[in-house]
Ligand binder design. Sequence first.
Ligand SMILES: CC(C)(COP(=O)(O)OP(=O)(O)OC[C@H]1O[C@@H](n2cnc3c(N)ncnc32)[C@H](O)[C@@H]1OP(=O)(O)O)[C@@H](O)C(=O)NCCC(=O)NCCS
Length: 182
Amino acid sequence: MSWLRRGITAVKKNDPAVHSTLEVLLTYPGLHALFWHRLSHFLYKHRLHLLAKIHAQFWRFLTGIEIHPGATIAPGVFIDHGMGLVIGQTAEIEEDVVLFHGVTLGGTGKDTGKRHPTVKKGALISAHAQILGPVTIGERAKIGAGSVVLTDIPEDATAVGTPAKVVRIKGKKMEGKNDSNI
Ligand SMILES: CC(C)(COP(=O)(O)OP(=O)(O)OC[C@H]1O[C@@H](n2cnc3c(N)ncnc32)[C@H](O)[C@@H]1OP(=O)(O)O)[C@@H](O)C(=O)NCCC(=O)NCCS
């Protein structure tokens, strides 16, 4: 399936408010930001760093979504609303991830090299969640709105709060076990 088809399918799957493909193509800033990130990333990979940054900044101005050209993003990712979302240079986002507005995939300022999060396949990062440092959000994990995640989150977990703690695994409550994220 082509990149664009996967992007449209992801929007339709995750947003019950959609009426048509044309609406998706014309009015979803997340789709626009992700589509044009592919060009920024291409320029960045070919060491045209300044051009890549200028291109990314142009799309940030139009969409409110800031994606560093170095970030690695798979097809089929869905960004809902998007305004205020920031994705750092060494972030990696796998297929079928859902990100809402105000999310930060950022650094703590303490790491070098790989400084930003990795978000595994099918994870959901709710509005205004802040994921900081080179942590991994496991496959299908859910991060609650407004949470601050500073440690790895296992697959199929729900993590909420500041700092985020795991409260569910596969929907099952973690009775008395939420002092740790494992
Ligand atoms: C985390 C979330 C995805 C739900 O995941 P879930 O696996 O279905 O988890 P539950 O709803 O069963 O909640 C699990 C627990 O976390 C709590 N919780 C859920 N979201 C929370 C949040 N953002 N902050 C703090 N606690 C939260 C629930 O009250 C529940 O507590 P309990 O164990 O005392 O009963 C969801 O609550 C959420 O944050 N959605 C926001 C999505 C979003 O960004 N929407 C914006 C649309 S514009």
